[in-house]
Design a protein around this ligand. Structure first.
Ligand code: D6G
Length: 766
């Protein structure tokens, strides 16, 4: 008779079976019930759908834990180069399904929940989106974390654990109304607080120059409390970490002048310190310049750099034993990627650590910083570029301002030597912008302080080179999708199901005539979110819903056209809309959209693109063949030429009758019968101060839409184009993008290997 297993041996066996990927439905059921009982303290009589979701999430999470610990052990043992992706946004969406897919648990969980009498999809729907981002920039960061883990890179995402993510959009009487996104209300099963790694972050105070060195004193301290979220790679047993910081007031916050009244006030004032991580600024491509935002930017950077230095200096897992005494080899072991200028303070902060704490010379410190940091630019729109007023800086981060001034002094000295007498160049390239109010140009700081600068699409990188800064630029192309090598399958394997036609025509009475001759139904679905303070954007949303009110009830049009505003666009909604769409509109004026992200996702998911030669559209046309996209309108050169010759919207308005009619209808209250001049400002803007020159592309757009409509009537030809698009979208895989970043910027080698060897060999801590 074999000896019965001890409890510990049994546990180990279960865990080894789990780790080997042989999932057992009955184990999942047992663990689900265990979590329902012990973690949620519920029985099946009283459990809610949310309890079941949490039980399932915890069951799935258990499968991450061993892999997570072992991955981190491995990094400590092998000491590979690590990459740190610093971003103010990580737009993660939901986690449960992604985790199940990456761990190959989806089928087993589906079966287990089915046997328990539950519907897994319904449970998945309970999960709140982690909406810690505005759009493309934040979603890119999330995709990159996934790819870095899938490619076996020792990578970390560092950001802020906002208590409130991107607002929830409600449409009330046609208007956008914002609601706070209280995503943590019911708890977050994916995160693990790590109070033991709490770090102090200093603000305000003053700088003392002493014979022993520079001291930043009389500061106000806020603590940064890390929350770790596991980031599993795709079926390779790697689990990396996303560490998000939350602001905590220290116990003695404002308690220095203790007295009874002061005590109550001091406790209430703790909120002020903790407000730093309260809410994500809901601005996409727009710089608001608020002090709280600068605090957020420095907060994440200061806490993260302390963590990076601690990890670099310590050796064995869990130990604080110091193996490296100084930071001179930092660039060999650490790459820091700045996701836009938002974490740009990493440059002066690392300088401050090297100069004031590590006592390095300026030259040595600068060499370390520039070889460690790299910067990704996300936009050239002037209203989006971060320019912090010097007064604000002086007050909040006085030592950093000194360092930035010194960086600038040396930088300008170098340029003056290279281009003697070129004062205009010095002014253009300075980190300090003169004017009524002096400002620090954060993009310039990033470019000067980095060894690599890239844009997010080829055309965008070219534009940065030509405009923002004629300096060292790497050309990379971002991608957001995972895809294999291009292969064109047989056409009859494809079915074209026009479930949701995204056709668009102009908003004119002519539209109705076109529609009357149409043989198919169109659903014109629009989704968009306006920053709460962006009045024009909100008015445009109101116009869209107003057009919907009229068109959707029009007797001539009947059911053939519906204009639907899909409220509360977010990752989860995108996952539903994108695969359901036939036509994707990517119609930015050439030179204004850095890349776009939806364009590539629509392409992969079988929609065709009507678009301008802008952002990633350019490369999509290259990959799929320009004949397989509906390209129209001005190229960047045409726009530049028009900038010189002048753009006159009135000329188009007066010359094109249906355009005039549409504008007159909008301005005259056709779509707002109760308030005739409601949309007048939009028309005024289009006619008199439209820097995007929308009318200049109008005729080309309408002509191109005619081509779209004609082709849509020919499903065979349409499907052929779709196949070429899907087959050509491999380049836009974020795995491909990250491999390129790894090799060309970080000096790391990606690997697609599954990692069973080290994964099994490391000692179990169970
Ligand atoms: C994650 C995973 C956990 C590890 C912790 C700290 O929470 O296993 O102990 O990170 O890792 P380092 O910050 O020391 O790398």
């Amino acid at each position: 008779m074999p000896k019965p297993l001890t409890d510990q041996e049994k546990r180990k066996q279960i865990s080894v079976r789990g780790l080997a990927g042989v999932e057992n439905v009955s184990d999942l059921k047992t663990n689900f019930n265990r979590h329902l009982h012990f973690t949620l303290v519920k029985d099946r009589n009283v459990a809610t759908k949310r309890d079941y979701y949490f039980a399932l999430a915890n069951t799935v999470r258990d499968h991450l834990v061993g892999r997570w610990i072992r991955t981190q052990q491995h990094y400590y043992e092998k000491d590979p180069k690590r990459v740190y992706y610093l971003s103010l946004e990580f737009y993660m969406g939901r986690t449960l399904q992604n985790t199940m897919v990456n761990l190959a648990l989806e089928n087993a969980c589906d079966e287990a929940t089915y046997q328990l009498g539950l519907d897994m999809e319904e449970l998945q729907d309970v999960e709140e989106d982690a909406g810690l981002g505005n759009g493309g920039l934040g979603r890119l960061a999330a995709c990159f974390l996934d790819s870095m883990a899938s490619l076996g890179l020792a990578a970390y995402g560092y950001g802020i654990r906002y208590e409130f993510g991107i607002f929830n959009q409600k449409i009330v009487n046609g208007w956008q109304v914002e609601e706070a996104d209280d995503w943590l209300r019911y708890g977050n099963p994916w995160e693990k607080a790590r109070p033991e790694y709490m770090r102090p972050v200093h603000f305000y105070g003053r700088v003392e120059h002493t014979p022993e060195g520079v001291k930043w004193v009389d500061t106000q301290v806020v603590l940064a409390l890390p929350y770790d979220t596991p980031v599993p790679g795709y079926r390779n047993n790697v689990v990396n970490t996303m560490r998000l910081w939350s602001a905590k007031a220290p116990c003695d916050f404002n308690l220095k002048d203790f007295n009874v009244g002061g005590y109550i006030q001091a406790v209430l004032d703790r909120n002020l310190a903790e407000n730093i991580s309260r809410v994500l600024y809901p601005n996409d491509n727009f710089f608001e310049g608020k002090e709280l935002r600068l605090k957020q930017e420095y907060f994440v950077v200061a806490a993260t750099l302390q963590d990076i230095v601690r990890r670099f200096k310590s050796s064995k897992f869990g130990s604080t034993e110091v193996v490296r005494v100084d930071l001179s080899t930092l660039p060999d072991k650490v790459a820091i990627q700045l996701n836009d200028t938002h974490p740009a303070m990493a440059i002066p902060e690392l300088m401050r650590i090297l100069l004031d704490t590590e006592h390095q010379t300026w030259e040595k410190a600068w060499d370390i910083v520039t070889r460690t940091c790299a910067y990704t630019n996300h936009t050239v729109l002037p209203e989006a570029l971060e320019r912090w007023p010097i007064d604000l800086f002086q007050n909040l981060l006085p030592r950093h301002l000194e360092i930035i001034f010194e960086i600038n002094r040396r930088h300008l000295e170098r340029i003056a030597k290279l281009y003697p007498g070129d004062h205009d160049r010095l002014r253009r390239m300075s980190l300090v912008e003169e004017g009524d109010q002096k400002k620090i140009n954060m993009a310039h700081l990033c470019i000067v302080g980095s060894h690599a600068v890239n844009g997010v699409a080829r055309i965008h990188s070219d534009i940065i080179k030509a405009t923002l800064y004629k300096n060292r630029c790497f050309i990379l192309v971002q991608g957001l999708l995972r895809g294999g090598p291009p292969q064109v399958p047989e056409q009859d394997q494809w079915h074209h199901t026009p479930t949701l036609a995204g056709h668009v025509q102009s908003w004119t009475a002519t539209l109705y005539e076109i529609l009357a001759s149409m043989c198919f139904h169109m659903f014109f679905s629009i989704f968009s979110q306006a920053a709460p303070g962006y009045i024009t954007a909100k008015l445009i949303i109101r116009l869209i819903t107003a057009i919907g009110d009229i068109v959707n009830h029009d007797e001539v049009v009947g059911d053939r056209l519906k204009v639907i505003f899909l409220e509360n666009y977010k990752v989860t909604l995108a996952e539903k809309i994108i695969p359901a769409s036939d036509l994707s509109e990517q119609i930015s004026t050439a030179g204004t959209e850095a890349s776009g992200t939806g364009n590539m996702k629509f392409m992969l998911n079988g929609a065709l693109t009507i678009g301008t030669m802008d952002g990633a559209n350019v490369e999509m046309a290259e990959e799929a063949g320009e004949e397989n996209l509906f390209i129209f309108g001005m190229r960047v050169d045409d726009v530049d030429a028009m900038d010189k010759s002048g753009y006159d919207a009135m000329e188009y308005y007066n010359r094109i009758p249906e355009l005039k009619q549409a504008m007159d209808q909008i301005a005259g209250g056709y779509f707002s019968p109760d308030q005739h001049d409601l949309f007048k400002d939009i028309v005024n803007m289009l006619l008199h101060h439209d820097r995007f020159k929308v009318f200049a592309d109008y005729e080309a757009y309408i002509k191109c839409q005619d081509k779209v409509s004609a082709l849509y009537k020919n499903p065979k030809e349409w499907t052929k184009m779709v196949i070429h698009n899907i087959a050509g979208c491999g380049k836009f895989s974020s795995d491909r993008t990250i491999s390129q970043y790894a090799r060309e910027i970080w000096g790391m080698e990606p690997s697609l290997e599954r990692i069973p060897k080290w994964f099994r060999n490391l000692k179990s801590l169970l």
